[in-house]
Design a protein. Sequence first.
Length: 156
Amino acid sequence: MNRLANVPVDKRPFFASYATSLWIRFLRFSLLSHKRLEAELEKAGLTPPQFYVLATIGYAGGLPFGEIGAKMMVTVSNLTGIVDRLEEKKVVLRERDEHDRRVVHVVLTDKGAKLYKTTIPLFEKSIAEIFSRLDKPKQKELSVLLRRLNQLTSTN
């Protein structure tokens, strides 16, 4: 017998598997928060991928293409277009490695460093607003769970 037979249709879970429903909730949260960040970053003239490259380079002080791609979990071919657009905005430069000409580093220009310094607080404020609906202990609990899930997923 179907255990959901007596549950009204509008109260039934969309999927029979709890794990699938959990993933859908996580995906919805991710998409909604991404849209909010997208709107905030647009004010600074950046897309989220452009901001992530800018933040990665700003934090590390310039990196080879491959390392940026690995940190962002994107391919070098996807990263090329993002860096092209940032270069057009004059916020990054490509520099050949002086020891290995095959390696191309991406570094911030002065304009890029200023943009990095002004967008980080904007980004952090947006993130704080998104998570402010949870009290600090719940935020820490979520952080621990997500860190653990990432560790378990990356080892398989």
